[in-house]
Design a protein around this ligand. Structure first.
Ligand code: AMP
Ligand code: MN
Ligand code: MN
Ligand code: MN
Length: 286
């Protein structure tokens, strides 16, 4: 079985490593097919692809788009997208502009509980890159001693009902899926168990996603327990959706799974790479 990782982040979004270093790490860890899926930003793809080619890794252009659906935030992964497709580029730029505004609101919320300077502090973790997110605030809060690590921050801050949370309107599901599809890619619902959707709401989401032309579900991810993987493997099969797998690696020490460190792909699911280049499909069946 090939080592395939279709979900990870570089420091273009909220990962720690620059794109080339991320790919080098993937190569060292034996990844053979890799997608870089930064949040709402595709500007790391060229650098990552160049390194992937020098390491003989099959590289897939990807993105993880932030979406608002029925008052919830969902993440939709685009795989095999065309990074030169103008509506995708423009749509992502709008989301990033919204992130800058949200960051100011988060800082104001944190000020209310006496945490000063978080906007500058979070931006210090963004470096010269443009995309700011909650992870950058989380790293600032760890540095200031408010929590022992990034995971612990999200138990006490930045989530609904806790200090530092602000609601935000992201892209619509229909826009995100159409940008991905019309650029030639496959749209995949990232870590579906993370949204805590009840049975009926999940069915509504899958109905709508399928009607919009969505392709798959991320079944194997560090966000899922083995039981959740089985559960969403069934949903994928029942709905004729493809299944995807990815570590969601953000950086050494910050993620549950390292690059390419994934549980076995579920039997009976059709993998999202099934329809990709013939050579990948052929390698898989050998
Ligand atoms: P944002 O897109 O700015 O709202 O930030 C979302 C990111 O925060 C996710 O992609 C994760 O990297 C991080 N995150 C959210 N919840 C958690 C959590 N419970 N533990 C660790 N990281 C989290
Ligand atoms: Mn992230
Ligand atoms: Mn995500
Ligand atoms: Mn992710």
């Amino acid at each position: 079985m090939l080592n395939i990782d279709l979900h990870c982040h570089s420091n273009i979004s909220d990962g720690v490593l620059p794109p080339a270093q991320l790919v080098e790490r993937a190569a060292m860890r034996g990844v053979e097919i890799l997608a870089l899926t930064d949040h709402d930003d595709i500007s790391g793809l060229a650098e990552a692809r160049q390194m992937a080619e020098s390491k003989s890794i099959t590289f897939i252009d990807g993105v993880e788009i932030s979406v608002s659906w029925r008052g919830r935030t969902l993440h939709i992964i685009g795989l095999n997208i065309d990074p030169t497709y103008a509506p995708l580029i423009e749509g992502l730029a709008v989301i990033r502009a919204g992130r800058a505004q949200r960051a100011e609101n988060i800082a104001l919320e944190l000020e209310k509980i006496g945490i000063q300077g978080s906007l500058e502090g979070a931006y210090a973790h963004v470096g010269e890159r443009r995309l700011i997110g909650r992870t950058h605030f989380a790293r600032f809060l760890v540095q200031q001693g408010y929590a022992k690590d990034v995971k612990s921050v999200f138990k006490k801050y930045l989530v609904k009902g806790k200090p530092g949370y602000t609601s935000h309107e992201w892209a619509s599901l229909s826009d995100a899926v159409s940008w991905i599809r019309n650029s030639g890619g496959h749209a995949v619902i990232a870590h579906p168990a993370r949204y805590g959707l009840g049975k009926n709401v999940l069915n509504d989401l899958l109905d709508e996603f399928c009607a919009l032309g969505g392709s798959g579900l991320e079944v194997v991810t560090s966000s899922h327990t083995p039981e959740q993987m089985r559960h969403f493997a069934h949903h994928a099969q029942n709905r004729n959706l493809l299944a995807s797998c990815g570590s969601d690696f953000h950086g050494p020490g910050e993620s549950y799974f390292d690059l390419g460190q994934l549980p076995e792909f579920p039997h009976g699911c059709t993998p999202v790479w099934h329809h990709w280049k013939n050579n990948i499909a052929a390698e898989l069946t050998n």
